[in-house]
Design a protein. Sequence first.
Length: 153
Amino acid sequence: MYVGTQVASLLVGKSPKTLYRWVEEEKLAPKVQTPSSGPKAFQKMLFNLEDLKPYLAIPVDGALEEDLARAEAGEADAYTEVGLRFFAAERYDQAFRWLELAAQKGHADGMDWLATCYLRGLGTPENRAAAMEWLGRAARAGHVLAQKKIQAI
């Protein structure tokens, strides 16, 4: 299975620039997907998941591969699912990045978990204002647990 630069970067917890450096150092050998038309500037680097495994903090299984394929397609719930795997592994910095993308894409569960990260300072500095903002957004999106949390406050 191959993933694009953004997903690969999120998986290994490094910037795309670091991935490009690893390519230059021949630690990774991506395949380049060239569009059938248009400028070469829009070439896409794809990274083999097998090559990324030594850099991962979570185990790879079939369910993760399915979630990654859906994340590549831009599905917000897949970002949340992968983020929760990092959360369970106590890799909060990486969980935060995945959950932030899910929340930005409008995924209510991702918003609620992102609020938790901000509230507890997990993967990001504690920020009660940001926590309440994301909790409110989740509640407005119909997230029942977020609505109950707000009522409790």
